[in-house]
Design a protein around this ligand. Structure first.
Ligand code: 9D3
Length: 251
């Protein structure tokens, strides 16, 4: 059955380009995922369609009010048999990474709630959210772009969403290493040559070169990923029957 994703936002029109392009749109057409947009403002309790108010205790900005958000979530929850996992996009959330994406891709239903203003009334987080997710330590104007990023990352993991299944697995963050350098024609561009090994046709040499480049790149650019990868590959080598846990590169 198709995954159902509800997106609750004050700016549903922001999502049209993402839903109409590339992997997400193809997955929708293929029946792999169904995406439903809900405008939180449609659940505003008063005739001014107010969804935010000043913070108790004072301070700058406005806070997203409980009633429209609770009502919007409860409305979409009632639209399907299984309850959806409620994911709040917020700068205070857990940073999105591929393991979290993979876990969310295993849910039958997701309800993504994108906020605006200075943030959510804390009772939204306490009373509604199953997960709170951030894209990282930088300031966005709201949760919409984060919701789009999460949607794209989740949808491409759904069976039937991406053309070649191989291209999902082999990528960086699945292997735990950054990608090796890629080249295509022409062989020389503005004085920069394609590494000779890639033109050699020797598949074993090419594979060894790529593996080496991926490790070296990861070591230099992402010491955090490199440490984790080394720890994992040491452990799996130690677990192997021949007990060979020696690492090729002593650095
Ligand atoms: C400058 C305003 N802030 C300082 C007090 C707090 C703040 C409130 C609301 C900062 C950002 C936002 C809106 N951001 C999101 O809703 C958001 C977000 C983000 O800003 N960065 C990374 N991931 C995310 S997910 C949702």
């Amino acid at each position: 059955m198709a995954m159902r994703v509800d997106i609750l936002t004050l700016f549903p029109e922001m999502f049209a380009p993402v839903l109409g392009t590339s992997i997400v749109s193809r997955a929708i057409d293929a029946g792999v995922v169904a995406v439903h947009l809900t405008n939180i403002r449609d659940f505003a309790p008063d005739r001014y369609r107010k969804v935010d108010d000043a913070p108790y205790g004072g301070g700058p900005g406005m806070v997203m009010m409980c009633p429209p958000v609770f009502d919007a979530v409860e409305h979409v929850q009632a639209r399907a048999a299984a309850p959806g996992r409620v994911v709040l996009l917020s700068p205070q959330g857990r940073r999105l990474d591929q393991p979290l994406v993979a876990r969310l891709a295993g849910c039958d239903r997701l309800i993504l709630v994108a906020g605006r203003y200075e943030g959510f009334d804390d009772r939204i987080r306490r009373g509604l959210a199953d997960e709170e997710v951030s894209l990282g330590d930088f300031v966005l104007s709201g949760g919409e772009i984060a919701a789009m990023a999460l949607l794209d990352a989740v949808v491409r993991l759904l069976p039937g969403a991406v053309g070649e299944p191989e291209s999902v697995n082999e990528e960086s963050f699945s292997t735990g290493l950054l990608e090796y350098p890629q080249y295509t024609r022409p062989r020389e561009y503005r004085g920069m040559r394609v590494p000779e090994v890639l033109l050699s046709g020797e598949h074993a040499r090419i594979a060894a070169w790529r593996a080496e480049q991926a490790r070296e790149r990861t070591r230099l650019r992402r010491p955090d990923l490199w440490d984790a990868w080394q720890r994992r590959s040491r452990r799996s080598a130690a677990d192997a029957p021949d007990g060979d846990d020696r690492q090729g590169d002593p650095s």
